[in-house]
Design a binder for this molecule. Structure first.
Ligand code: AMP
Length: 286
């Protein structure tokens, strides 16, 4: 079922809560693929009712970013959600979500000044604002996020902790194409040639993973392995390659704790991100 109005969705959720049903929530910007589907599936498994929001959030795009051209297909999204077992697709209008004279910001400091936050000023303020609004509208028991956007997960977890929001944040693994490319709505921007070149992201991370598994503990060496491989691809231009503490997102001098290796790379004009976490105790890579 498609719902567009805040009052309407609130009414439905109130009824569910009266009946004692649990609610799972999956926030998305639409143009849904297998990555989103895995979040919805998990939510369906763990909750009595599931809401998927489809909202291309204007406040998380910079002035020169792709808000207008971001791919949209609400009918296809509705079908995927229905097939996967979601109960409601919430697709509000930006006009109902945002007042012209709004004056409230939700800002998580520290964690947002690194990685994607450096090149996308204001991006995480926009994410935190929209996610808090959806949390307040939907009041779910659990909310599902993809490890694909690792920094987003860290920021949302910090916001939920700091603001005592009573919602369990569930992180789901990255879903990839068969050849390793992380699924993304933005992959549709890639030409055939760029699509091939984009494989350099997952390939370089895989090489770093092998090195870590063999015992390499110097972050600089791991970073340069990734950078060298990406630089060997003529269509690729590095935005960042970082190796950070997986909770604080702070740089580390030596790899003796759980780390996040995160990269952002331009393939032509399209900026793609990918990452993996390395668990030092279990020596496991997700
Ligand atoms: P988006 O529509 O890109 O804002 O993504 C909505 C949610 O889906 C976010 O929590 C993303 O991290 C998650 N997501 C996107 N792509 C993937 C993927 N390939 N694997 C797992 N989760 C994903």
């Amino acid at each position: 079922m498609l719902i567009k109005e805040i009052n309407e969705i609130r009414k439905v959720i109130k009824e569910w809560k009266k009946e004692g049903l649990t609610v799972g929530y999956v926030p998305t910007m639409g143009f849904l693929h297998e990555g989103h589907k895995s979040l919805i599936k998990r939510a369906v498994k763990e909750n009595d009712r599931v809401i998927v929001s489809v909202f291309v959030n204007p406040t998380q795009f910079g002035p020169n970013e792709d808000y207008d051209s971001y791919p949209r297909d609400i009918n296809k999204d509705l079908k995927l959600c229905e097939k996967t077992g979601a109960n409601i697709v919430f697709n509000p209008n930006p006009d109902e979500m945002y007042f012209d004279n709004r004056s409230t910001t939700v800002s998580v400091s520290g964690l947002t000044n690194v990685l994607c936050g450096l090149k996308r000023p204001g991006h995480f303020d926009g994410v935190c604002l929209v996610v808090s609004k959806f949390f307040n509208i939907i009041t779910p028991d659990r909310a599902y996020f993809g490890q694909k956007d690792a920094q987003q997960v860290a920021v949302i977890k910090r916001m939920v902790r700091d603001l005592s929001i009573d919602i369990e944040i569930v992180t789901c693994p990255i879903i990839r194409e068969e050849d390793g490319l992380a699924k993304s709505s933005r992959n549709t921007y890639l030409s055939e040639e760029e699509r091939k070149a984009a494989l350099i992201l997952s390939k370089s991370l895989l090489k770093a993973k092998e090195k870590l598994e063999k015992g390499e503990r110097n972050p600089q060496i791991v970073k340069s392995i990734i950078k060298d491989l990406i630089n060997s691809e003529p269509l690729a231009k590095i935005d960042y390659v970082e190796l950070v503490d997986d909770d604080s997102l702070e740089n580390i001098e030596y790899i003796d704790k759980n780390i996040l290796i995160a990269i952002a790379v331009y393939i032509g004009k399209t900026r793609l991100i990918d990452n993996f976490t390395f668990n030092i105790k279990k020596r496991m890579v997700f």
